[in-house]
Ligand binder design. Structure first.
Ligand code: ATP
Ligand code: MG
Length: 392
């Protein structure tokens, strides 16, 4: 590890939140600190809308920490930086040492300076000129190019120190988890629902996961797969509670008593009702699904109306306007794709109707459902519910 190297994290939208800003910042600092715990002992604090994360021991894993802070929602960019005294000489010396490799592989460079300390005697243009002039002398083979340089040397004059770094890389963006409310996310083993969960977590939503299982029609591996998907999401949202809810009896009763064309729709109404019951218990204020308009028969506009008929909480469907290829691309990017494509049965695929209704009417589905004792089936299912904490 380079002596003194640390991270400067820039906040995104958080900065815009006016009165709430303080609580956003506190939350983000706490989330970054929690995420860094597994990488060693770090000191994390905020000054002037920039989070400083400084390793407190030589044994800190800086590569792991670099990856980790880039996954924290609310951080828009991450720079690895080295602090030094706030003099031109110290800044130049630090840039020469710290960015020596970068200078060796660059043909041109420029210096870009920022002055967060407004009392500093030089303004940012003067800092760039002074530092740039000396670096040009130190690296005569690297030309100054202020328009399109290979290397941009960043200098930030902050409260206590100056910081030198190469360009920052993008962070995960969004809002800090915990600032966007609390919602129950319906997690199947498919491609879509890990992505929809991730998208809402990125808007700051704290997630509570629910997964429906139908043993013996669904296997232990299918359940493990879902727990693994949740574990993959914990690097972004911290530990997650996953509720496992038995669904076999409900599916068998639907098959015995209801018209085949409505199997899936009635099943989805039960999922929504059960998720809502869990949300009420947990104090969550919305449900999240991975539905995308028109993707399957149960996701036509009329079908979505039939499912929404049984919920009072808002149902958030962040994938509603996305194409499958876009969803797959995101699944790859967030790291859930390879697990999602493992071939275990989900309860949705058990008892799939041959000709599902695509233009269902709410009254017809309600009538078809009337043969079932909804309350009793729900109560028995919830009795069998168990939950597991999934940790990073
Ligand atoms: P996915 O790829 O997420 O499985 P899908 O396109 O296969 O979605 P459906 O199986 O109809 O679509 O499910 C739609 C949504 O319902 C899922 O995105 C998920 O939010 C929820 N869901 C489906 N099956 C389950 C389940 N077994 N447990 C929890 N939620 C489920
Ligand atoms: Mg599915």
């Amino acid at each position: 590890m380079r002596q003194n190297e640390m991270f400067l994290l820039k906040l995104g939208e958080v900065v815009l939140k006016g009165l709430n800003r303080r609580s956003f910042e506190d939350r983000l600092v706490a989330n970054v600190a929690r995420r860094l715990k597994s990488c060693g002992s770090f000191q994390v604090y905020i000054r002037q809308s920039t989070i400083y994360a400084e390793p407190a021991m030589d044994s800190c894993d800086m590569e792991a920490a670099y990856a980790a802070v880039r996954q924290v929602f609310g951080v828009v960019s991450v720079a690895r930086a080295v602090p030094c005294e706030k003099t031109v000489e110290a800044i130049v010396q630090t840039a020469k040492d710290y960015l020596a490799d970068a200078f060796r592989s660059a043909k041109s460079f420029k210096v870009e300076s920022k002055r967060a300390d407004k009392n500093y005697p030089l303004n940012s243009i003067q800092i760039s000129q002074a530092v740039g002039g000396e670096l040009a002398e130190a690296f005569p083979d690297v030309a100054v190019d202020v328009h399109d340089p290979d290397l941009t040397v960043h200098v930030e004059i902050r409260e206590k120190h100056a910081y030198v770094h190469a360009p920052a890389v993008p962070g995960a963006g969004g809002l800090p988890v915990g600032m966007g409310g609390h919602a129950v996310s319906l997690l199947s083993g498919g491609l879509d629902s890990p992505v929809s969960s991730w998208m809402m977590a990125r808007r700051g939503v704290e997630l509570e996961m629910v997964h429906f299982v139908s043993p013996p029609y669904t296997s232990r591996q299918a359940e493990d797969k879902v727990l693994e998907l949740a574990r993959l999401l914990t690097v972004y949202c911290g530990r997650l509670r996953v509720h496992i809810v038995p669904f076999t009896e409900i599916q068998e009763e639907i098959r015995k008593n209801c018209p085949e064309e409505y199997f899936t729709l009635i099943m989805r109404r039960f999922m929504m009702r059960l998720a809502q019951a869990l949300a009420r218990r947990a104090g969550a204020k919305a449900l999240i699904t991975g539905e995308s308009l028109g993707q399957v028969a149960s996701q036509t506009m009329m079908a979505l109306g039939v499912t929404d008929d049984v919920t009072e909480l808002p149902v958030l469907r962040p994938l509603i306007g996305m194409d499958k290829v876009e969803i797959i691309k995101m699944a790859r990017e967030i790291g859930t794709y390879n697990t999602s494509i493992l071939p275990y049965e989900d309860c949705c695929t058990v008892f799939t109707p041959r000709h599902p209704a695509t233009r269902p009417k709410v009254e017809d589905v309600r009538a078809a459902e009337a043969k079932l004792d909804v309350e009793a089936l729900m109560a028995r299912s919830l009795e069998g519910e168990k939950w597991i904490w999934v940790k990073p």
